[in-house]
Design a protein around this ligand. Structure first.
Ligand code: NDP
Ligand code: 8X3
Length: 252
């Protein structure tokens, strides 16, 4: 019988590409995101390749997450792979100029939402045991600070450490936990971060040959398909064009 993947944030970017990749392999899919019309289009398109269950979901809504997991149709209950992908960055301003509401929205989505989905699906993942996996989408922002990264960097550092600690707790269950931390990647991410600034999006990615969502999907699928005795704890990916910069020194 086909395995089932539960992918959050499947309406765009990495999540959408993951849905397409797992569909090509014939997995059953549970796909969510807030934009219903995109989910409908996905269900119609991918439904020709594999069984698909879609549901509009805001991962910040704890009761809705729990109700969705509890109410999964019989055929989709046995989740083998959770791809915790829904997330966002808001703003690039230095901390003193940031909106507290935006900080809270990132924390509620990237930390609270991710932990809620994980908590809700742990029983079914543990019941699957050997071969099951949780793939959390972190970021280079969780490893390397940069100006204007403030709360976004903090949320992704949480994802990394949560992944390690979760793995410790799941030792013996057979369930794998990986944190995949991509660098510069072209998706709707920068449009969301800048409030729809197309010029900022174009400038950031121009000439950089950034990671594409399909690259991430291929990596996520590889992680989910590894032999069941292997766990990739953390995997950082950058486009070849991206590297580090020197420390910044503020002189008197
Ligand atoms: P996109 O903006 O293209 O996709 C983000 C996805 O998250 C959308 O499907 C969106 O769906 C969903 N989402 C956002 N907020 C919520 C919410 N409250 N509830 C449910 N779903 C939500 O960006 P990416 O594909 O690039 O981002 C995916 C993940 O990858 C994020 O966690 C991001 O932080 C991370 N990442 C991105 C990098 C990049 O450079 N692009 C690099 C490293 C990590 P909808 O709006 O329909 O709810
Ligand atoms: C997204 C990558 O460098 O814009 O997580 O923070 S970065």
């Amino acid at each position: 019988m086909a395995n089932t993947a539960f992918i959050t944030g499947a309406t765009s970017g990495f999540g959408l590409a993951c849905a397409e990749r797992f569909a090509r392999a014939g997995w059953k899919l549970v796909l969510s995101g807030r934009r219903q019309e995109r989910l409908d289009a996905l269900a119609a398109r991918l439904g020709e390749q594999c069984p698909v269950h879609t549901q509009a979901l805001d991962v910040r809504d704890t009761a809705a997450v729990q109700a969705m997991v509890a109410g999964l149709p019989e055929n989709f209950r046995e989740v083998h792979c959770l791809v915790n992908n829904a997330g966002l960055a808001l703003g690039t301003a230095p901390a003193p100029e940031c909106s507290l509401e935006e900080w809270h929205r990132m924390i509620d989505t990237n930390i609270k939402g991710l932990t809620t989905v994980t908590h809700s699906l742990l029983p079914t993942l543990i019941a699957r045991g050997r071969g099951a996996s949780i793939i959390n989408i972190g970021s280079v922002a969780g490893h390397w600070p940069y100006p204007g990264g403030n709360t976004y960097c903090g949320t992704k550092a949480f994802v990394e450490q949560f992944s390690y600690a979760l793995r410790s707790d799941l030792q013996g269950s057979g369930v794998r936990v990986s944190c995949l931390a991509p660098g510069l990647s072209e998706s709707e991410f920068t449009l969301v971060r800048t409030g729809g600034d197309q010029a900022a999006h174009d400038t950031l990615y121009r000439g950089a040959d950034p990671i594409q969502p399909e690259d991430i999907a291929e990596t996520v699928f590889w992680l989910a398909s590894l032999p069941p005795h292997l766990n990739v704890n953390s995997l950082e990916l950058m486009p070849v064009s991206q590297s580090w910069s020197a420390f910044s020194i503020n002189r008197r």
